[in-house]
Design a protein around this ligand. Structure first.
Ligand code: 5GP
Ligand code: ZN
Length: 115
């Protein structure tokens, strides 16, 4: 498992940067987004450094499945009963800014249509 000292999410996983943690498993960590875009905005990341969901799918499809299941568990724990959105921004056109794979869990208000 590589943990580049320059990667902000690796540093959060390592405990080198503070974050409001909401859930943790052996392979994933969930914490609140620094700049929430909805009443509930949690990021769920693999502890292993993988740049995006493509790299994650290639490296370990089982970990990708666990990440998505953990994101669903966060949505349930946050009681997003009205609905929620899981977002994986991937690459420049999607506006990915942190190149450590992460799932956004967004909810707590109507989110507006996508697609
Ligand atoms: P992206 O655009 O790459 O999908 O989303 C990256 C997200 O990470 C953004 O929503 C941004 O607010 C969040 N973020 C960036 N740096 C930090 C940080 O140091 N701590 C936390 N909790 N969130 C961060
Ligand atoms: Zn990383």
């Amino acid at each position: 498992v590589t943990s580049p000292s320059s990667c902000v999410f690796c540093r959060i996983v390592a405990g080198e940067l503070p974050a409001e943690r909401v859930a943790e498993t052996e392979r994933t960590l969930a914490f609140r987004d620094l700049a929430p875009q909805a009443p509930t905005h949690v990021l769920v990341v693999p502890k292993a450094h993988l740049a995006d969901v493509g790299a994650l799918a290639d490296a370990d499809a089982e970990l990708l499945a666990a990440l998505m299941a953990d994101a669903v568990a966060v949505a349930r724990a946050e009681q997003l009963d009205g609905g929620y959105r899981l977002v994986l921004n991937t690459g420049a056109d999607a506006g990915q800014t942190v190149f450590h794979a992460h799932v956004h869990v967004l909810g707590g208000q109507p989110l507006g249509r996508l697609g």
